[in-house]
Design a protein around this ligand. Structure first.
Ligand code: AP5
Ligand code: MG
Length: 190
């Protein structure tokens, strides 16, 4: 199986690029952010709890997102592979993902990290906030908090995958097609 962690800070282009990857490589896209927003839209208790944290740009508890990923992996046993977008975000989540995949004799093929400077991330997210309906895109303070959470709790995962020889960093600036070309190259090497 081809299991790719598409990594990067908020606004790096993970969701955008995942759509192209799914089309070309026929993988299943698992975005914990999208899954949580579906729970919010459905008005579930989980969604209501998560919304309070997401609107402030804070992470939801590890066990919540790990449980969601566990369900999706079990529901897609025949998949050719997965593209993980916005997950894992903590060392705890990365370890849990390794364990879940291992129980199916599987593993992560590689992590691809999109590198984009903070000024560009802020400008992309504020622009999207004008019509995305995402509360966390509409306020520069919340966006800056999301970047801080990424730097404090998530960026450490580059080392986690680097130690396993699974880390590739690519430039996330340029057109969507240019960035996708770099991702394709990285996937061939994963
Ligand atoms: P999540 O939904 O994962 O959001 P995020 O990581 O903050 O980032 P985005 O989805 O905003 O950015 P992206 O990298 O997908 O970029 P996109 O392609 O959209 O998480 C939201 C919240 O949910 C978290 O804050 C947390 O509370 C919670 N959560 C989720 N997962 C969790 C987990 N595992 N653990 C705990 N909590 C979790 O692009 C952004 C914009 O840029 C778009 O408008 C796009 O059109 C534009 N764009 C894309 N590519 C380019 C380009 N090349 N040039 C110019 N513009 C571009
Ligand atoms: Mg996204």
């Amino acid at each position: 199986m081809l299991n790719i962690v598409l990594f990067g800070p908020p606004g790096a282009g993970k969701g955008t690029q995942s759509q192209h990857i799914v089309e070309k490589f026929k993988l299943i896209h698992l975005s914990t952010g999208d899954l949580l927003r579906s729970e919010i839209a459905a008005g579930t208790p989980l969604g209501q709890e998560a919304k309070l944290l997401m609107d402030d740009g804070k992470l939801v508890p590890d066990e919540v997102v790990i449980g969601m990923i566990d369900n999706k992996l079990k529901a897609n046993k025949d998949a050719k592979g997965f593209i993980f977008d916005g997950f894992p975000r903590t060392t705890e989540q990365a370890k849990a993902l390794d364990d879940l995949l291992k129980s199916n004799d599987d593993s992560i093929s590689g992590m691809i990290a999109l590198e984009v400077p903070d000024e560009e991330l802020i400008s992309r997210l504020l622009e999207r906030g004008k019509d995305s309906g995402r509360a966390d895109d509409q306020n520069e303070e919340v966006i800056k908090n999301r970047l801080k959470v990424y730097n404090d709790q998530t960026a450490v995962l580059k080392d986690y995958y680097s130690k396993q020889g699974k880390f590739q960093e690519i430039n996330g600036l340029g057109t969507i097609e240019e960035v996708f070309g770099r991702i394709e190259n990285a996937i061939e090497k994963a």
